[in-house]
Design a protein around this ligand. Structure first.
Ligand SMILES: Cc1cc2nc3c(=O)[nH]c(=O)nc-3n(C[C@H](O)[C@H](O)[C@H](O)COP(=O)(O)O)c2cc1C
Length: 673
């Protein structure tokens, strides 16, 4: 479970964040549980105990009436409102009629039955204000920027189990409304939360003025869209007319004092006028509790869905990030996106590319620009390849098989991770392009030797040893999430007994850190490399070099290629950005072997900068996982092709028609200050 801290004033909700799905359900028949005498007996004891401290007694006939429990209603709504394969981070259950609080038992239960195991609250407030307060809560969490999906449930029951001291208007049936919030997917209409307010009014004269003020206010749309509908609760509609200028007015059913306006809103969002989908503009929601003189107001801004085409078709690598985020569960997303400690090296990798300016040459024949290159004897259509990343089946059922097909389709190099969730043999069977096998130095040398042998037999072209993980970086997001690899995915190339700890979730720590400490040998040194080189004829590549000294040692100890990498900022926090380290490494190697770079490469201009500073190729880590999550093999191919097309485009505009002409004279790279 994740927690979010709502931000202070000022943060804005993304314009794409709002209601994505609206569902309403009436429960005309008594709950199935009511017919169960054991359940009713227990409920009688529970409610009697609950009411006693308030000086209330259980109405003897209450439990015979039927009705529905909040938990049952909520569960039915969840099933309808949350699409298959999606999950929810925050669930708020609002109940509007004064009744027995759905206590901890209900919210705990709901947090288990709702996909995603969301943080769950039950909210009530003055009379009908509960649902508005819940909406404010959802909005505040959304403003914190980390809330992917939230579910608001508004429920009411047709009976009170006790004799209330104050006369309250009871609903004529049990009903519930569910609103699913999140960043809209391509093709979905935006329905954004505008202003929400709840307040006590000394007199009823103030009602119309408050409504007019909401009508006149911007409501947060930024564009001042004209209100098209006002939905008023029954008690309010009996006292005021809807603000002048509203195109349509609606009043809620008097038999639904709690869910009334929410019931209308759900109908409006689901069907819209004449079933044509909601019209663009603003929906004003207002409800009034007569006994408590409490007014609640909210505005929902309905967009017209313009611009969906752009959202549906990613045109750059970063578009895949946005789309992938909607498809990947929060803890897995954190595992992928996160870095070590303060994550300053993650951002440093990106910022280093911002300090590059290009020096274009003109009047050069760029009618064809060739991105083809050669690496350790293999021809590649592109110098943009796939960095080793673990457990691809966490983001797509095809896992590394999809990645191999995508890389092959793009003519790109694919470095398979030691922690791949398919065997290297199965991956190689699907790969059109060259594969390298990545390894960590395992404590069990016989396992390492076996892997090298299998990689060679499967047709891998090189062994790549990652040298920046003597222990795992302190990845705070994973520790906070108690992250572990779920039971459906595993490191297919290793014996399950060797990886058991990677699956053991433990609050406050990352299972991967525990597993790495168990499995990886932190005592290896340069002199051990000779042993590894002896295990096969495959060339040895070292990944994780950031200094000229280590680059020279790598060459001295037989490395046939070097990857300048800080593991995407996931290991030593504060380490140099890779682009900043590149020239030093290239100079130290002095042409003895090819130098590759990864970390923060997000497009063709970045690739161009790295190649100009001396890299033979660049590798993409996270972007390949975004592509895989969004479109399987096709998504991986598209990410690689987008970066390659951008590279060819940059080469054309910079007057460098082939990679040999992409040299240091093509860029100015300002050092980090
Ligand atoms: C989710 C994830 C898993 C990774 N797993 C491995 C791995 O198994 N072996 C490895 O050498 N590097 C691993 N890396 C590091 C990448 O190979 C690469 O260095 C880094 O992702 C490049 O930075 P970028 O993500 O900004 O492109 C992983 C990175 C990520 C994001």
């Amino acid at each position: 479970m994740r927690t979010f801290v709502p931000p202070g004033p000022g943060a804005e909700v993304s314009p794409d964040w709002g209601v994505r799905r609206a569902v309403r359900l009436a429960f005309p028949h008594p709950s199935a549980l009511v017919g169960d005498p054991v359940h009713t007996g227990r409920l009688r004891v529970y409610l009697t105990d609950l009411l006693r401290p308030y000086g209330l007694g259980l109405d003897p006939g209450a439990l015979e009436q039927g009705g529905q429990s909040y938990g049952e209603m909520a569960e039915a709504l969840i099933r309808l409102a949350v699409p298959a394969g999606e999950s929810v981070d925050l669930l708020v259950l609002a109940y509007a009629v004064p009744d027995i609080t759905p206590g901890r038992a209900t919210t705990t239960y709901l947090s288990h039955v709702c996909p995603g195991g969301p943080m769950t609250f039950a909210v009530s407030d003055q009379g009908s204000a509960g649902a508005f307060t819940a909406l404010r809560l959802v909005r505040e969490y959304a403003r914190a920027g980390e809330l992917r999906r939230a579910l608001l449930l508004v429920v009411e029951q047709d009976s009170l189990p006790y004799h209330p001291g104050v006369p309250v208007q009871l609903p004529s049936g049990s009903s519930g409304v569910a609103l699913l919030f999140g960043e809209r997917l391509p093709g979905e209409r935006p329905a954004r939360i505008g202003r929400v307010a709840t307040r006590q009014l000394p007199t009823e004269e103030g009602l119309a003025a408050e409504l007019d003020a909401l009508h006149a206010a911007d409501g947060g749309s930024g564009g001042g869209a004209a209100p098209t509908a006002a939905l008023l609760g029954a008690a309010l509609a009996a006292r005021v007319t809807a603000p002048a200028g509203t195109v349509r007015r609606g009043a809620a059913d008097a038999g639904r004092p709690g869910t009334g306006v929410w019931w209308e809103l759900a109908g409006e969002l689901a069907d819209g006028p004449a079933g044509a989908g909601p019209a663009p503009g603003r929906l004003l929601l207002a409800d009034y509790d007569v006994g408590l003189r409490h007014l609640s107001l909210a505005a929902i801004e309905l967009g017209d869905g313009a611009g969906d085409g752009a959202a549906a078709t990613p045109v750059c690598v970063e578009d895949y990030r946005r789309l992938a985020r909607l498809r990947i569960d929060a803890p897995v997303w954190d595992f992928i996106e996160g870095g070590a400690e303060t994550e300053r090296t993650v951002s440093a990798n990106r910022r280093a590319f911002d300090r590059v300016t290009l020096r274009p040459r003109v009047l050069v024949d760029v009618s064809s620009c060739d991105t083809g290159t050669e690496l350790l004897g293999a021809r590649l259509a592109t110098p943009v390849g796939v960095a080793p990343t673990a457990y691809h089946r966490l983001v797509h059922p095809d896992g590394e098989i999809g990645t191999a097909r995508g890389a092959g389709a793009a003519g790109a190099l694919y470095v398979v991770s030691l922690f791949a969730s398919h065997t290297v043999e199965d991956i190689a069977a699907e790969a059109d392009g060259p594969l390298w096998m990545q390894l960590y130095w395992l404590r069990r040398r016989e396992v390492l030797a076996g892997l090298v042998e299998r990689a060679a037999a499967a047709g891998c072209r090189a062994v790549l040893l990652t040298v920046d993980v003597p222990r795992l970086g302190r990845r705070r997001r994973d520790a906070r999430n108690g992250f572990a690899i779920g039971p459906g995915v595993r490191a297919a190339n290793l014996d399950p007994a060797l990886t058991a700890s990677a699956h053991r979730a433990d609050a406050g720590r990352s299972a991967l850190a525990v597993h790495t400490a168990e499995a990886v040998d932190p005592s290896v040194t340069w002199s051990d490399l000779a042993w590894l080189r002896k295990q096969s004829d495959l060339p040895l590549v070292l990944k994780g070099i950031l200094t000229g000294q280590d680059a020279a040692l790598a060459v001295e100890h037989g490395a046939e290629a070097i990857v300048v990498s800080n593991h995407g900022g996931r290991q030593l926090d504060g380490a140099t950005a890779t682009l900043d380290a590149l020239a030093e490494v290239v100079d130290a190697v002095a042409g003895a072997c090819p130098v590759l770079l990864d970390g923060g490469v997000r497009g063709g201009t970045d690739a161009f900068a790295a190649l100009a500073l001396g890299a033979r190729a660049v590798l993409l880590g996270r972007p390949v996982l975004w592509g895989l999550a969004v479109g399987g093999a096709a998504g991986v191919a598209d990410v690689l092709n987008l970066a390659t097309d951008e590279l060819a485009h940059t080469m054309a505009l910079a007057g460098r028609p082939d990679l040999a002409s992409v040299d240091r004279s093509a860029v100015v790279h300002r050092a980090a200050t």
